[in-house]
Design a protein around this ligand. Structure first.
Ligand SMILES: Nc1ncnc2c1ncn2[C@@H]1O[C@H](COP(=O)(O)OP(=O)(O)OP(=O)(O)O)[C@@H](O)[C@H]1O
Length: 264
């Protein structure tokens, strides 16, 4: 594995993005400038950050000069000590926070001056597993997982078997008709994962998705994320769990002291 400070990582990411002649410097044989190629790399990336900084209120900068891309169909872990800014970075990607400085694009779209409607459209393309699950207590497990499909306006008859199959897969077949308050922490986590996966998102963001489950189930959930990734979804998993990360030879984004280091 090699480490690179994400702040000096542009050339590698341009090479990674599927742009012709993206690895050489200056004007290329195609006649396109570095700036033009960089623009294409941004458009090709699912997420692109350039010199992004974030501070809460008048506090110190929590994230500094983050420059990196998440490519279509890629799989990566986001890690770093407690308080390093993993959740903050996820919230920036989710467009729940605005950066204090720098540039962010999501699905090729500059999000600095985006309308509320366009923002909702971009968010719908992402599946999210929050650390605190965010299940609705008055809906059953089945209804929670089916909710994103209902919001899309789909008829229950078109998705019922899909939802039931996914619930069985995550081991909640017997718990689909109960309300979240009676689920265990691990069961809530699996329900939250199923709800994120049911829409087959283009990008999945998961904050500590195996934090409340035993190692066996953690491996099973990891396999589910890998399978989703094989089907084309870009996956970003924030975790402290070294054992989990050691099971996959995946890229690691490591936050420390406000900076991002990337290990491919
Ligand atoms: N809403 C907020 N207002 C002010 N400071 C905040 C806020 N949210 C987070 N912070 C601070 O920003 C820093 C990064 O927090 P964040 O939750 O992103 O870290 P983390 O890496 O996800 O931590 P953990 O692994 O413990 O979940 C911390 O110092 C935290 O105290």
């Amino acid at each position: 594995m090699k480490s690179q400070n994400a702040g000096h990582d542009d050339a590698r990411h341009e090479g990674r993005a599927r742009t012709p002649s993206a690895s050489s410097g200056g004007a290329s044989a195609t006649g396109r400038s570095d700036a033009a190629r960089s623009g294409t790399a941004r458009q090709a990336a699912v997420v692109h950050f350039e010199n992004v900084g974030l501070r809460y209120g008048m506090g110190p900068e929590v994230l500094r000069d983050l420059t990196f891309s998440i490519e279509p169909g890629s799989f990566q872990f986001l890690t770093g000590p407690s308080g390093a800014g993993k959740t903050t970075l996820m919230r920036l990607i989710l467009l729940a926070l605005k950066p204090t400085r720098g540039f962010i694009s999501v699905f090729g779209q500059d999000v600095s001056h985006i309308s509320g409607e366009a923002l909702t459209g971009l968010r719908r393309r992402m599946g999210v597993v929050f650390q605190d699950f965010r299940l609705l207590d008055h809906l059953t497990t089945y209804e929670n997982v089916a909710l994103p499909l209902r919001v899309q306006g789909r008829e229950e008859a078109t998705y019922r078997s899909e939802v039931v199959e996914l619930l069985r897969w995550v081991g909640l077949g017997e718990r689909m008709h109960v309300l979240p308050p009676v689920l265990s922490g691990g069961e809530k986590q699996r329900a939250a994962i199923a709800r994120a996966l049911i829409v087959r998102p283009e990008m999945l963001l998961a904050d500590e998705p195996t934090g409340n489950v035993d190692p066996g189930l953690g491996r099973r959930l990891l396999r589910l994320f890998i399978e989703l990734n094989r089907l084309g979804t870009s996956v970003l998993i924030a975790t402290h769990d070294l054992q989990l990360m050691d099971q996959v030879d995946a890229r690691r984004l490591v936050l420390g002291e406000g900076r991002l280091h990337i290990y491919d």
